[in-house]
Write a protein that binds this ligand. Structure first.
Ligand SMILES: Nc1nc2c(ncn2[C@@H]2O[C@H](COP(=O)(O)OP(=O)(O)O)[C@@H](O)[C@H]2O)c(=O)[nH]1
Ligand SMILES: [Mg+2]
Length: 206
């Protein structure tokens, strides 16, 4: 699969600014510093499309990118980079921590086709669990990706990923895709999963 184009469209801070039009959207969520910007750049083969920031919690906007690829199921779509969570107090609900903009987007957004949720392959937080539960409750079953797997020693990789899978409360057959933005490990699997998400929709419509 070739990526023909990947361009930044806009930053939205109110729902009115969300793009109009019919393009489907795939959104990426995860706590700050989980490696979301790096993963987006790595998926798209772009060095600096989604700014890789060392300052946690800096990005509070909904950032929209227009992607076109050679895959018929993903020929044109919006990739949406959502603000990170995890910089507010753990005791508050996901809703107040994360803000109404995110809730508006994830609950109501009609063009939203799939949600990719990133977790650190080594560290699962309560907020990660709460976010997965909340996404399920609003019928946005996330595709879960475990980041930074290059940091795992080969000898501990399988065990750690199994622990993470369990700590997230994922069911036996549910996917947890290991990913490294440093090595590109997992890149084809994530694209494959996105293709499946887009492909199943095409069948629904047929
Ligand atoms: N070793 C390693 N470091 C990573 C990986 N992905 C991100 N990082 C580092 O983790 C930090 C946070 O990454 P960033 O993409 O800005 O996270 P974001 O806040 O979720 O967008 C940066 O220092 C990255 O270089 C990865 O796959 N492997
Ligand atoms: Mg970022």
């Amino acid at each position: 699969m070739k990526i023909f184009a990947a361009e930044f469209i806009k930053s939205c801070v109110t729902p009115e600014q969300f793009p109009s039009g019919q393009l489907h959207e795939i959104a990426f969520v995860g706590r700050s510093n989980v490696g979301k910007s790096s993963l987006i750049n790595s998926l798209l083969n772009r060095r600096d499309l989604a700014k890789v920031s060392r300052t946690p919690g800096k990005t509070r906007a909904v950032n929209v990118f227009l992607i076109s690829t050679s895959d018929p199921a993903l020929s044109q779509f919006h990739l949406v980079d959502l603000p990170g969570y995890g910089f507010a107090k753990v005791s508050k609900s996901v809703r107040t921590q994360w803000g109404p903009l995110l809730e508006d987007y994830l609950v109501d957004r009609a063009p939203l086709l799939g949600v990719v949720m990133l977790v650190d392959s080594r560290v699962v937080t309560d907020q990660d669990r709460q976010t997965i539960a909340w996404l399920r409750s609003i019928r946005r079953n996330p595709l879960v990706v475990a980041t930074k797997v290059d940091k795992l020693k080969p000898s501990e990789r399988v065990r750690t990923l199994r622990q993470t899978h369990r700590a997230l409360g994922l069911a036996e057959g549910e996917m947890l895709i290991p990913y490294s933005s440093v090595t590109g490990d997992g890149r084809e699997r994530v694209w494959g999963a996105l293709r499946d998400v887009a492909g199943s929709l095409r069948k629904d419509l047929a």
